[in-house]
Write a protein that binds this ligand. Structure first.
Ligand code: DOR
Ligand code: ZN
Length: 357
């Protein structure tokens, strides 16, 4: 990382290897066309989540989804979508072989059935139906990306991640220690402890800007705030602090995954609002803020740009991006044919401005 400061001592800028987003929802239809340029503006690659309607359960569906994403890119963009398959009770080991052979599918996503947006076709019996698939994933060195929440309605919504670790993840890593697992969008100190207790390179975690910067008060601040509602839901301040310390410590086990998840405004601001925070335009500024506040800007680049590719066994990017300490205002909304999407921190001023120098 290169630090630059002007002789007049006013503006600071840092130059880092271009980041990748290891957890991204791009949707489809016209919404895809609005959001793809925002991610492509900052990120070189992204792991594309498969929870469309219908979900991406085959390699051929992943290949055609990838083509739609490439069509939505601005001219001269090098953005590379890394596709995933949506695991179901009926996924076959052959699908995993085909996925690996395709060269465009990089992981398989586990949604416990009913856990979140479009998860109704997700897994109901991981250790029964899915075991042969998981064994094939080990052979193909393909990571399992996990939405780590139990769906039992009797479990308190704030405890669902911790219970999932105890009931599913611990038995999973005991049974299949060679399986590469990414615990997605971690939200608790329990998840930090779990990931840190295992071998580096076998289990890792992505972390979102919202879980680093906000605690659950944000959902109720001055009235119900639908644009701060995501799943797993924001947790207590002690959990936010634990995640922030883990990430800014420089550990290789944690890497950038925004979980940017746009929903049209009326689907958020209604009597049964969807979960998801649209953070793609602001994510990089926010991660820089977290590391700056922790006095750990020297560790930002490993989190944004090294730990992810190292875990996935992919090359690090060779392009660079600059982050200048300059105020900029987040747009209030982005319009498209079906309405608008509201970004995280809409209308607010942020400190770190990303650009290609
Ligand atoms: O808040 C979320 N939104 N969490 C998820 O797990 C899914 C995502 C979405 O697709 O909307
Ligand atoms: Zn997600």
């Amino acid at each position: 990382m290169l630090g630059v400061s002007s002789p007049l001592g006013v503006r600071m800028a840092i130059s880092i290897t271009q980041p990748d987003d290891w957890h991204l929802h791009l949707r489809d239809g016209d919404l895809l066309n609005v959001v793809v340029p925002h991610s492509a503006q900052h990120f070189r690659r992204a792991i594309i989540m498969p929870n469309l309607k219908p979900p991406i359960i085959t390699t051929s569906a992943a290949v055609s989804y990838r083509e739609s994403i490439l069509k939505a890119l601005p001219a001269h963009s090098y953005f590379d979508p890394l596709m995933t398959l949506y695991l179901t009770d009926n996924t076959s080991p052959t699908q995993i072989k085909l996925a690996r052979e395709s060269g465009v599918v990089f992981a398989v996503k586990l949604y416990p059935a009913g856990a979140t947006t479009n998860s109704q076709d997700g897994v109901t019996d991981l250790f029964g139906n899915c075991l042969p698939v998981l064994e094939e994933m080990i052979k193909q060195n393909m990571p399992l990306l996990v939405h780590g929440e139990v769906t039992n309605p009797e479990v308190d919504v704030f405890d669902r991640e911790k219970v999932f670790i105890d009931q599913v993840l611990k038995p999973l890593v005991n049974k299949l220690p060679q399986l590469k697992v990414v615990m997605e969008h971690i939200t608790t100190s329990d998840a930090v402890k779990f990931v840190e207790s295992l071998n580096e390179g076998s289990v890792a975690a992505t972390v979102t800007p919202q879980h680093l910067l906000l605690n659950r008060n944000a959902i109720f601040q001055g009235g119900l705030q639908p644009h701060s509602y995501c799943l797993p839901v924001l947790k207590r301040e002690i959990h936010r602090q634990a995640i922030s310390s883990a990430v800014t410590s420089g550990s290789k086990r944690f890497f950038l995954g925004t979980d940017s998840a746009p929903h049209e405004r009326r689907r958020k601001e209604c009597s049964c609002g969807c979960a998801g925070i649209y953070n793609a335009p602001v994510a990089l500024s926010l991660y820089a803020k977290v590391f700056e506040e922790a006095g750990a800007l020297d560790k930002l680049e490993a989190f944004t740009s090294f730990n992810g590719p190292d875990f996935y066994g992919l090359p690090r990017n060779s392009t660079k991006i600059q982050l200048s300490k300059a105020p900029w205002k987040v747009p209030e909304s982005f319009s498209y044919s079906e309405g608008e999407i509201i970004p995280m921190f809409a209308g607010q001023t942020l400190d770190w401005l990303p650009s290609f120098a």
